[in-house]
Ligand binder design. Sequence first.
Ligand code: SIN
Length: 526
Amino acid sequence: MTEAARRPLIIGSGIAGLYVALRCHELGLRPTIVTKARLEESNTRYAQGGIAAAIGPDDSPRQHLEDTVKAGDELVDRAAARVLTSEAPARIADLVRYGVPFDTIEGRIALGREAAHSRFRTLHAGGDATGLSIEEALKHRVVDAGIEARERTVLRALGPGSRDGPVAVLSDADGKAVEFLTAGPVVLATGGAGSLYRQSSNPSIATGEGVAIAFRAGALLTDMEFVQFHPTAFYREGAPRFLITEALRGEGAVLRNDAGDRFMSTVHRDADLAPRDIVARAIDRQIVTSGHPCVYLDATALPRDLLFARFPSICHFLASYGLDPSRDQIPVVPVAHYMIGGVTTDLEGRSAIPGLYAAGEVASTGVHGANRLAGNSLLEGLVFGERVARQVLHPGPGGPKPPARIEEVPLSATGGRGEEAADLEEVRSTLWDEVGIVRSAEGLASAVDRFERLARGTAATRAEALPGPIANAALTALLIARAALVRTESRGAHFRRDWPQRRAIWRIHVGLRAKASAARGRPANR
Ligand code: SIN
C-alpha cells in the first residue's frame, strides 16, 4: 500500500464522515477530515426522531428489511437493504462504544416508532436531540483520537488521479488558497441538498456540492429525481422551518386541517403513520384546496410530562413562539428533507471512479428505493461507512452496476466554471415551485432551462476557474430536474401531475452521467 493510499481524505463531518474517519483510524489508516464549516456542523446535528435498528425483542432484521422494501415503492435494492438492516445492530453497538447516550427505560435502550415501521425500532437520544447527541459523541472521539480535521475548508473539484484515487482540489471557505492534494482515496460524505429548496428542514450548508463535483469528475449518479419531503415542519411566516419529528405522530399526535378535521384516515390505511410521501402530498392537497397556509399537528391528547420529556427541543422551540404542544395545535407544512439519490455506489461504497467512495446522504446505494423509511438515513451512513473504511484498507476491484437507463447530460449545458453570476434564491425558488412535491412536464422543462441558463451564466473569471457554490447549486438542481423530467410516472417521493400512476416500465433506476470527453471544470492532474 502506498503512503497516499494509507491517508484517506474524508469530505464532510456528519455521521458518515466522522464514523468513517474513526473506523479508518482504528484500522491503522491516517484519515484527514475536510469540512466546509465547523467539525460539528452538519445535517446530522438536526436529526430528531432517531436511528432505526431491529434490536427490540419482537423485531428482526428481516422485518426491518420488509418494512424498508415496502416503503421504497418497488425500487429498493434488496441486497443493499439486507446489508443495511442486518448490520444495523452491530453499528448501533459501535455508537454505544463511542459514547452515544441513547435514551433508556429500565436499563434497556428505549425504542420509538415512526411512520411505515411495523415495530418500535427507533433509537433516540436526548429525547428528540438524537442527531446532536450522535454528532457530539463522534466529534469528541475524533478529537480525542487526534484525527486531523481541516475546518472551513472546501472541496472544489476532483481530477484524474491514480489507482489509489482522484486528485482533490481544496480551497479555504472564501475560495482562496487553492491546493491540489496527491491522488489517494477520497470519501465523499458531503450530505444532501435539501437547502437548495426554498422550504427545507435542512441547515444552509446542505447544498449538494458533493454530487455536482463528483458528476463533473465523471461519477455516475442514480435516483436524483427522488427528493423526500418531510410532512411536518413548523409553519409561521418568517420563522425557520423547524422539523417537527414524525416520532410525535408515532406517540399518537394526529394531523388536522384548518376546519379541525382529521384527514389522513381517509387517505391511507395507516392514517397519520402512512409513508412519508403519502402524508406530505395529503397535506399539500389540504393546503392547495383550502387556501389555508398550513395544517395542524395535534398532540394535545398526549400527557404533558411525556411531551416535555420525549420532545424537549421541540417544546423549547415552540415555547419561543408562545406555543405549548400539550395545549396548542402546531402549525405545520411539508418541506424538502432528504436527497434519496446521489453518487452511485456498490455495497462497498465504491463509486464509478477508482478510489472515490461515497457514504451517507450523498451516496445512492439503492437502500431507500423511491421513498426512504424514517431512521434509515443515519443508519445508512454508519453501515456503508463501515464498509467504506474496510474497502479503503483493502481496496478490491469493483464498482457499481450501471442502472437500466442512463441519461447523458452534456457538460457544456451545465457550465459551472468560475465566478458567481447566478442567484441562489432563483435556484431555491425554482426547485420548490417546479421540482417540488407535485411536478409536471411543463414545470420540469422550464426548470431545466432555467438551471442550464444559471449554470452557464457562471462564466469563468477566477484565475483558477473552478466552479463555485452557485455553479454547484445550479448543477445539482439541474440534475434533480433532469431526472424528474425523464421519469414519466409517479412513484414514492416523485409525483407527476401529468403521470399520476405508477408504471411497470419504470420499475428501474435512472442514472445520469456527464457527456464530454474532456470534462469542463476538471483540474489538470499534477
Ligand atoms: C423525523 O424525525 O421525523 C425525521 C427522521 C428521519 O428523517 O429519518
